[in-house]
Design a protein around this ligand. Structure first.
Ligand code: SF4
Length: 781
């Protein structure tokens, strides 16, 4: 945020300034989220189109106050009327808009008013808040006239309120960057491979390009990526690092890495925040997020300043010069710490965490926070013009996770139920959707069908229904119905995704029999299959994004699917493991194809039994489905009753999963039967004798079904690689992940059996780690 001038300068957006200085009272999300982003943009366009020719829109303005630079874009200026306008779209009854929200809008337009007077040398200006009702398309205009002098006084007052905080921020930033520049690698020395990864990260940031890093297990990836990115922050003027993880365990590893780095640099002021999901952070899940319902939303903004300061103070390092107490923990705002601060100040932990994201150097959270449709960290980045470096951990998950973020489905049965219970006003619009839906079902003879275009009439009806529900909820804020709410959000998501429907998605209808035979049921789905068009702009608004994982090949697959910019660099970090550590055997005399499964059971059991006899110990065996796994386990148990067998079961909860893994001890012996792509195929760490081998009896290929076949056709049309992009690559990633459970450290030794003749093919072996030495298993053990 530092400017180019000799004096350190703190730049802040008008909106961010006013949110800091002029937001008081309750947290209240009832009025704000009603219009969708698209409706908001469309609403602005309607209003500005109604103005005269010389009406200026998006007027860039800025002004200084001491070290502060305040900048922003005013929605509109009508020079003839000398009127500056702030346009706000809404739904429902304007009188119900909370007063503190109105005050915030006035604060913003007053700041713009001052900046305009200063820019154009005006001595007075008309300020207008234009409230545009999405439903009726009518404007309500509130207007006041202010003199340049009074606006200047207002501006200076707001700046003064923020100045102390800005100075604290500038001091923090200067100290942070000085300490980061001086920081040394915490372990004294890099582990093998770790330096290569760290250098690639640093270089990517230096060049301002994205990076795909394939980095094997066991090299200390988390420290090896966070450390260089922090160094880079100081050197390349980066405001923040976002560390995004696929799972909670990944967030914990990042927190641990920060602890390691800070322990090696005890004077480093580093503010680290862990974002938990709203559902886990919420203290009152039975309440709604406004002051009339939740006590932690009531007066939220009045107590926020103290909570905010307390949260920052927790992360302060010991004062420079004083020796840090030995063993003193340097606190980060992990979810428990943040919750404690929030509760001590009677504010909502979730909304305190979103506030703290503005002021922290490292934000650790789920992929969603930067990549999904309404990603908070992404909007903050744009709003504040932050320069961010983003780290994406276990990035092989990105394709499937991002597809989900940009897909939506709706079930007819849910609408049928809903129609019966909704208020009278909503019956008609919902009936229209229902009728259109019936028609779609009638028109489709096949059980599953993918359609090239969206059904226009249905989408029209859905849009109208969503608008009606939105209006109804805005007018009856106390009406709560979970089913209606869910339908509403789904309908909004559906219409939003419909706006950007294209090659990257499928629209399909899958019919099934309903509860009563007379009622057919169906699921409509907008199914994103190539998230690239959505993610590309996200990458582009970062300084660097580095995606890393043990399995990120082939590059072109990830580059194409995720929309990585053409300038993206990639690195394949050398493994610290050597071929001697792992015996990789291809059992090419067995076929695990569906039609050969029955015949495969016996040779698989013999292969496993023989290996176990030669080398008793702990093994995992992976299969393509529960059914196959059960049959193989039964066969094995029958022939080798003396060998302990553990089986994964369907829908294991966290405790059961932990129990399953707890059987793999340093002196146990047995075979765990599991399903590939399930809980035990990745993210499981069983070093040393806890796991000495794995049997992989499947190529992990996704099932051939109508949806996947549609995907294959589309992949073929877009990338010319239908089969590989749909089946081979996703499958082999799972195989390599599963086999990767065996060797965890440089002292591990182990064996992997790849059971299927197709594992012998060169194009398949090319997808395996370069350090593996692949041999053929004997035909008959
Ligand atoms: S505690 Fe829960 S209900 Fe209350 S404001 Fe926070 S998220 Fe909303």
């Amino acid at each position: 945020m530092g400017g180019m001038s000799a004096q350190p300068q703190y730049t802040i957006a008008v909106r961010a300034l006013c949110e800091f200085t002029a937001k008081t009272g309750d947290l209240d999300l009832r009025f704000t989220p009603s219009p969708t982003a698209q409706e908001g943009i469309a609403g602005h366009a309607v209003v500005t189109a109604r103005r005269g020719d010389d009406y200026q829109t998006e007027l860039a303005l800025s002004g200084d106050f001491g070290p502060l630079r305040v900048r922003g874009r005013a929605d509109g200026y009508d020079a003839r009327a000398n009127r500056i306008e702030e346009i706000k779209t809404y739904r429902g009854d304007l009188k119900k808009m909370p007063d503190n929200q109105r005050q915030l809008h006035w604060a913003q337009v007053k700041v713009y008013g001052h900046l305009l007077c200063q820019d154009q040398g005006l001595d007075k200006v008309n300020l207008a808040l234009v409230y545009f009702d999405i439903g009726s398309q009518k404007e309500t205009v509130l207007q006041e006239t202010h003199t340049a002098a009074s606006l200047q006084a207002w501006f200076e007052q707001q700046c003064t309120l923020f100045l102390q905080w800005a100075q604290q921020e500038l001091a923090h930033r200067a100290e942070r960057d000085a300490q980061l520049k001086a920081m040394r690698f915490p372990h004294g020395d890099f582990r093998p491979g770790q330096r290569q990864l760290a250098e690639a990260m640093y270089k990517a940031s230096k060049r301002g390009v994205c990076l795909l890093a394939q980095a094997p297990t066991g090299i200390g990836k988390t420290v090896g990526s966070l450390f260089p990115m922090l160094k880079a922050s100081a050197e390349h003027g980066v405001d923040k690092v976002f560390f995004l993880a696929a799972k909670t365990s990944g967030r914990q590893m990042a927190l641990d890495a920060v602890e390691v780095i800070r322990a090696g640099a005890p004077l480093l002021p580093l503010r680290t925040l862990e974002m938990a999901s709203k559902s886990t952070a919420c203290v009152n899940p039975d309440k709604a997020c406004h002051g009339d319902s939740c006590p932690l939303a009531k007066g939220f903004y009045d107590r926020l300043p103290a909570a905010r300061q307390a949260a920052l103070d927790i992360m302060l390092p010991p004062a420079s010069g004083s020796e840090p107490e030995s063993g003193a923990t340097l606190l980060a705002l992990d979810r428990d710490t943040l919750r404690a601060v929030a509760l001590a100040h009677d504010v909502c932990p979730y909304y305190l965490s979103s506030e703290m994201a503005r002021w922290c150097d490292i934000v650790i959270g789920d992929y969603n926070y930067y990549f999904d449709l309404s990603a908070m960290l992404h909007s903050l980045t744009l709003l504040n013009d932050w320069k961010v470096n983003v780290l994406v951990d276990e990035a092989h998950n990105m394709v499937s996770r991002a597809r989900k973020m940009y897909s939506a489905d709706m079930e007819h049965a849910a609408l049928r139920l809903l129609r019966k219970v909704v208020p009278e006003e909503l019956k008609k619009p919902l009936d229209r959707v229902h009728r259109q839906w019936n028609q779609l079902e009638k028109d489709q003879t096949a059980e599953y069908q993918s359609h090239a275009t969206l059904p226009e009439k249905f989408m029209g009806a859905l849009q109208t229904a969503a608008t009606a529900i939105g209006d109804y909820m805005a007018e009856h804020p106390s009406y709560v119905d979970a089913g209606l709410q869910e339908f509403y959000f789904n309908a909004l998501l559906f219409t939003r995704l419909a706006e950007s429907f294209g090659d990257h998605a499928l629209f399909d209808i899958e019919k099934s029999e309903g509860a009563r035979a007379s009622h057919s049921n169906s699921v409509l789905c907008i199914r994103n299959i190539v998230p690239a068009p959505f993610l590309k702009p996200r990458f582009e608004s970062t300084h660097t994004t580095a995606l890393f994982s043990a399995t990120l090949s082939p590059w072109n697959y990830f580059g194409d699917m995720l929309g990585m910019p053409d300038t993206t660099a990639w690195v394949d970090v050398e493994s610290p493991f050597v071929a001697e550590q792992l015996s990789v055997q291809v059992a090419a005399h067995i076929s695990t194809r569906y039609q050969h499964r029955q015949q495969s059971l016996r040779p698989i059991a013999e292969l496993m039994g023989e290996q176990y006899r030669r080398q008793p110990g702990n093994y995992l065996a992976f299969f393509s489905s529960f059914d196959y796994m059960e049959k193989a386990a039964n066969q094995f148990a029958e022939h080798y009753p003396e060998v302990p067998v553990w089986r994964q079961s369907r829908r294991m909860d966290e405790t059961e999963r932990a129990q399953f893994l707890a059987r793999f001890t340093l002196d146990s012996a047995g075979i765990g039967f599991a399903v590939l792509g399930g809980s035990f195929g990745e993210g499981v760490d069983l070093p040393g004798a806890r796991l000495i081998g794995a049997f992989v009896a499947t190529l992990g290929l996704p099932q051939i079904n109508p949806v996947n076949e549609q995907i294959r056709q589309r992949m073929d049309a877009i990338f010319g690689a239908g089969y590989d992009y749909t089946y081979t690559y996703p499958g082999m990633q799972k195989v390599v992940q599963a086999a990767g459970r065996v060797i965890r450290t440089q002292s591990d030794r182990g064996t992997v059996y790849l059971i299927d003749d197709r594992f012998g093919r060169p194009e398949i072996q090319q997808l395996m780690p370069a350090w593996w030495r692949i041999e053929s298993a004997l035909l008959r053990p």
